[in-house]
Ligand binder design. Structure first.
Ligand code: F6R
Length: 608
């Protein structure tokens, strides 16, 4: 959703805020703005468009002052206009606000404030907060914010500044993420870690209803007026991970980072011929052994990883698994008992629906295991146990390295469950681990040769529609391939289980339709998939197959083949997704689109 960064310190605020916004732009890029305080004046520049476009129109650098707030917007209330861009102000431009979230009772508050003669300049829900604080301001901005929050319903993370107290930033949140960054003679607020990583790696995670008061030398966190002690977390991400380091786009960089991300996700977790989660997993062996069901909740790409996880867990650990869209699960009355484990998968750890789903499950006494990338995020904090993916910050809006590292953690957890439940023989387990260890190198080799994918991207460049087919563990991959293509290239794409095609989608196939088929070798469905390819060819479709190295047969019946290294069937999806990610990237590039900032999307969906 939207991105917030605030600064108070000795340095000029506006360049720091601009740099920080660039790191948060994945959260929203409809419009952006910065405000500072200098010489008893509130200074502001804002406009519509992406940051680089805005920079050509306005002079952010002209904003003097050592304190400021900034925001990049993903519109919820009010169209994309300059007036609706943040920051927003009270009637006299003394109180400045940046906000992420949705104020549900904004109309009621607006009517009340209009009666009190407040003058509104935008169509946003946010502006009511500025006027409400103005209404409550009696010489103490902290108290004015606290009293205003009592009237506000909805989700928010807020940064507030007041001209009458020009050395202070106020920050607070409810159901929307906000962190405090602690520097030397400077402090920060931000929606996410990458925004401040260049300046500090010391972070406090603000919880719902806490109010932070920041000056350059001090940070106080209060709950109900009482000062509280908070843990300071050290972020071990290298600030370079939040830079493009020579790549044109974050998406391409993050695709190429996957071998490293997988290696780090495996690091220290494979031991003594098995999986070692002793330092992380807070569940006893007895608890895991007695489980009779697992429910996995997630959204989007993470949901696709969950579907692959279902296949792994049922196939190897022999435990029943159900996969649910978090947004659906949260509004059902799911049947859960103490022997049901709920697993939540989320890159950001802040997705509102996934967070709500785990709360629903907790209310029903389920234990929660989360698979999360962002350390200290809300989902991680609210889970009974967390298994992190060590992908590093994912900045491209389309999820890539988070997906493959999620698959790795699911595979590791499957191996652990298999050993607890004694569902696999020792030598089988050994083979599964040996093949897993080879994945980073195999992926590296694939990424070193992308010529054929660039050529295939040319086929897609002019197309309006595309189909992706897969079976078994590779069916979720067909969904993921279609999602990647549609979100960054705007080509309408559908993913289907290959055999299901006959029940409808086959009607779409003609000589213009590219059909990507994941046809890696396995003992289960390979031959059936070959049959599905013939069905597509018989109707004139263009078949692009993803196949196992050395498979000559597939070349005879497909228009193009992308080969992936030979690996175990269950691991093949981790490799086979790479060409699909690259395809989506190159098609977007060839269509002159920005794959890092696809239209209408935001990376972290923190509203319902
Ligand atoms: C697609 C994509 C989204 C996310 C989804 C869940 O490329 O990135 O579909 O996967 O919004 O986000 P997380 O994993 O942060 O909960």
């Amino acid at each position: 959703m939207c991105g917030i960064i605030g600064y108070v310190g000795n340095k000029k605020a506006s360049p720091i805020l601009f740099e920080g916004l660039k790191k948060l732009e994945y959260r929203g890029y409809d419009s952006a703005g910065i405000c500072t305080i200098s010489e008893n004046k509130t200074l502001v520049e804002k406009d519509i468009g992406k940051l680089d476009e805005i920079k050509k129109k306005v002079d952010f650098n002209s904003l003097k002052g050592n304190i400021g707030l900034s925001h990049c917007r993903w519109a919820t209330h009010g169209k994309v206009t300059k007036e609706n861009a943040h920051p927003h102000f009270d009637c006299k431009n003394r109180i400045s606000i940046v906000h992420n979230g949705i104020i549900e009772n904004f109309q009621e508050l607006k009517d009340y404030l209009i009666k009190k003669d407040h003058k509104f300049r935008s169509g946003t829900d946010t502006e009511v907060i500025a006027h409400l604080i103005e209404e409550n301001y009696k010489g103490n901005i902290e108290n004015a914010v606290r009293n205003s929050l009592k009237k506000i319903e909805g989700s928010y993370s807020l940064g507030v500044m007041c001209l009458d107290e020009p050395d202070k930033l106020i920050a607070t949140r409810n159901e929307s993420p906000l962190i405090i960054g602690l520097g030397k003679d400077e402090n920060f607020i931000a929606s996410d870690v990458p925004a401040i990583l260049k300046h500090t790696n010391k972070v406090i995670y603000l919880e719902n209803h806490e109010i932070a008061v920041l000056t350059k030398n001090d940070v106080k966190i209060k709950l109900d007026k009482k000062k509280i002690k908070k843990t300071i977390h050290k972020i071990d991400w290298d600030s370079e991970l939040a830079e493009k380091t020579g790549y044109k786009h974050f998406m391409l960089k993050e695709i190429h980072e996957q071998p490293r991300a997988i290696t780090e996700t495996l690091n220290g977790r494979l031991d003594h011929g098995g999986v070692d989660f002793r330092k992380e997993l807070k569940f006893s062996e007895k608890y895991l052994k007695n489980l009779d069901r697992i429910i996995i909740v997630a959204c989007g790409t993470s949901w696709h990883a969950a579907l692959a996880g279902e296949f792994m867990l049922e196939e190897l650990a022999k435990i029943p698994v159900e996969v649910e869209y978090a947004s659906e699960f949260r509004y059902r009355r799911p049947i859960i008992d103490k022997n049901t484990l709920v697993i939540a998968i989320s890159q950001s750890g802040e997705t509102a629906d996934t967070l709500a789903a785990i709360r629903e499950a907790k209310n029903r006494n389920a234990k929660i295991l989360s698979i999360v990338n962002s350390k200290g995020s809300s989902i991680a904090r609210e889970s009974d146990s967390v298994l992190y993916t060590y992908a590093g910050p994912e900045i491209g809006v389309a999820s890539t390295k988070a997906f493959t590292t999620q698959l790795i953690v699911l595979y590791l957890f499957t191996l652990l469950m298999s050993s607890v439940r004694k569902s696999l023989k020792k030598d089988v387990m050994k083979g599964l681990i040996e093949n897993l260890r080879k994945i980073p190198l195999e992926m590296e080799a694939m990424l070193n040769d992308t010529k054929s994918i660039k050529k295939i991207a040319e086929i897609y460049k002019e197309k309006d529609h595309a189909l992706f087919l897969g079976r078994g563990v590779n069916f979720p991959l067909a969904l993921e391939g279609a999602l990647k293509l549609k979100e960054v290239s705007y080509i309408h794409a559908e993913g289907y289980p290959a055999a299901e095609m006959k029940h409808g989608p086959i009607a779409l196939i003609d000589k213009k339709m590219p059909v990507m088929v994941i046809a890696t070798k396995d003992v289960y469905t390979y031959k059936k998939v070959l049959g599905n390819i013939q069905e597509v060819k018989a109707r004139g479709g263009i078949v692009i197959a993803i196949a196992t190295e050395g498979d000559k047969q597939i070349g005879k019946i497909s228009d193009c083949v992308i080969y992936i290294p030979k690996t175990l069937y269950i691991l093949s999806s981790i490799l086979a997704v790479v060409p699909m990610q690259l395809l989506a990237y190159y098609v977007a590039r060839d269509r002159k689109l920005d794959p890092d900032k696809p239209r209408n999307l935001s990376k972290s969906v923190t509203v319902e």
